[in-house]
Each structure stands twice: as C-alpha cells, then as structure tokens.
Design a protein around this ligand. Structure first.
Ligand code: ADP
Ligand code: MG
Length: 298
C-alpha cells in the first residue's frame, strides 16, 4: 500500500509540473479539496443543512416515514458480504471510512458524493452499501444511496430487494421517485434498479435527472446523498454526472487496478469535482499497522 501511495504521489508531482493547464490543475487531495467545475463551485457555496423550523423537521420526518419499508434478511446480507449493518470487527474499515468521509463532507458543507472506479468490479456497490449501513448507525444522520450504474445494476440483488423497484423510471420522469425508494430503519434510503436501463447515458446527462435529485434533496433533506456511479472508463456516464455532486470517492481494486488507471481517473475527477480520496479495495495483504479489513487507503 505504501508503494502504491508513493507511486500516486510521484505521479501527482509529475503532473503538477506539466505544462498543459488542464493537467496542471492540481488534483484535490484528502484534506485539500479543489474545485475546478463552475457547478461544483456553485454547489460548494451552498449553506450547511439547517432545518429552519419545527415545521421543516416535521415535513422531513413525514416524508421519510411515508417511504416504503425494507427489512433485509440478515443471512442474505452476510452471504453477500454486507457486514456494516451492525457493529463488529468486520464493520470497522467501513466505520473508519464513514468517519473520514463525514469529517470532510461536513467541513466543506458537501452533501453529495459519487463513488466510482476506473473499471467494473472494483467494489463500488459493495462499498456504497456497507458505507450506507455504517452511516445509518450514526443516529443523527440521514443517508440516501442512489444506484446510477444503470448498465450493471446489482444493488437490489445484493440487498435481497425483490419487486419492481426501478429508480431509472424516476430519473426519466416516468414515475414518482418515492415509488422506487425503500427505507431501512429511520434514516437510510435505497434507490435501486432491478434491471438495466435502456438509455443510461441520456438519462444521467438529462436535465430531468438533475431536477429529480434536487427535489429529493429538498424533500428528504439527507445529510449525505451517495451515488453508486458507473466505472469512469466504461462510458461517459459518470463524467457527465459529476456536475451534480460535491465530491467523489475513487475505488481501486488491489492487484488489478493499475497506478496509471488510478492516476488518470483522479486527474479526470479532479477536473470536474472535489476528490475525496482513493480507497484500495480487496486488499489481501496488509501489514499489521495498516488496519483491520480488506479495504484500505483513502
Ligand atoms: N472488500 C471486498 N472483499 C471481497 N470481495 C469483494 C470486496 N468488494 C467487492 N467484492 C466482490 O467483488 C465483486 C464486484 O464488486 P461490486 O461491488 O459489484 O463492484 P462494482 O460495483 O465496482 O462493479 C463482487 O462479487 C463483490 O462481492
Ligand atoms: Mg456496481
């Protein structure tokens, strides 16, 4: 891991000395957020989430209570390596990630985070779901996890959600969003898709998607909106969507994702939004001081 970090740092330094202005734009680093896109800057100027009156508390609570409830089967979650719904040693890496993420997002008044990776299979969905459960254990915290990898949706299967949840129909304006959102407990909501969407690029880049997300934020006032987005190199879906978020978390797959891929991704993300950090997932080999779990980095 240290070798990876050193290589990433080296690549960053080399890039900072590059003469191309876009490339020279220093990537945001953990604790040193940068914003390059006007939209991100605009979103950065947003005020912290403050409920102005008992009325807005009441409306928010009513909106959450009206969402259809989802009670996952513990055995299903565990079979699928969803471990962070309860405290325990396996949840620790996700709890650490949660704490760091919350710290940075609160410090900057950011509420929307995209989770992406260079290529498929790095563990975006797995990380999003575990992180969401970890966030849900913080009682003063409302989280919405929205699945946007519409070419390879997997969240419903991972959670054991059966039925006709297809959030892409809300993004296209066809259905009301609440028809495709499920609530877990008091403070976590999942927007999932049972099947692929027909026109994912158009959906994610469409004006309606932005509106739907704004409306959700207004109605449900989640402290964190997390978006499980497609791999950055698989299509232009994620790049187009980054204007909608405040920051992004990049996931690399140990022994598979290359330093060059991480570096290129980080560069592209940094040109559009704030890069929260890089997380190395599926680490098999860790020295004892590097942590407990299979995730690392950030
Ligand atoms: N930390 C991890 N440890 C072990 N297996 C993992 C881990 N993260 C993800 N996986 C597995 O890797 C595969 C791809 O994960 P997934 O979250 O679907 O990736 P993505 O959403 O990035 O395409 C799944 O089979 C998942 O169970
Ligand atoms: Mg996925």
């Amino acid at each position: 891991m240290e070798r990876i970090q050193t290589a990433i740092d080296k690549a960053r330094k080399a890039r900072e000395g590059h003469s191309d202005p876009a490339a020279a734009r220093a990537p945001a680093q953990v604790g040193k957020p940068k914003s390059a896109s006007p939209v991100a800057e605009d979103r950065e100027a947003k005020k912290p989430l403050v409920l102005s009156s008992d009325m807005s508390f009441k409306q928010r609570d009513e909106a959450w209570a009206a969402l259809k409830r989802f009670d996952p089967k513990q055995v299903h979650l565990e079979r699928n390596r969803i471990v962070a719904y309860q405290t325990g040693p396996e949840a620790v890496p996700y709890d650490v990630l949660r704490t760091r993420l919350l710290h940075q997002m609160r410090a900057n008044n950011w509420r929307r985070v995209a989770v992406t990776s260079p290529t498929a299979g790095a563990g975006k969905t797995m990380t999003c779901v575990n992180l969401a459960f970890s966030l849900a254990r913080a009682p003063d915290q409302r989280t919405m996890l929205i699945e946007l990898d519409l070419r390879r949706p997997s969240m419903a299967a991972l959670l054991g959600i059966e039925g006709n949840q297809q959030f892409s129909k809300a993004l296209s304006g066809q259905d009301a969003p609440e028809d495709h959102i499920l609530r877990y407990g008091r403070n976590l909501a999942f927007a999932v898709n049972q099947t692929t969407a027909r026109n994912p690029s158009e959906l994610l880049q469409g004006v309606t998607t932005g509106k739907v997300i704004d409306e959700l934020e207004e109605r449900y006032l989640p402290e964190i909106m997390m978006f499980d987005t497609p791999p950055l190199f698989a299509s232009d879906d994620t790049m187009a969507f980054l204007d909608q978020v405040d920051c992004a978390l990049l996931i690399g797959e140990a022994e598979k994702t290359t330093i060059e891929e991480i570096d290129k991704c980080e560069q592209e993300l940094a040109a559009r939004t704030n890069v929260l950090g890089v997380m190395l997932n599926k680490c098999r080999y860790l020295v004892s001081h590097e942590g407990y779990g299979e995730q690392h980095g950030y």
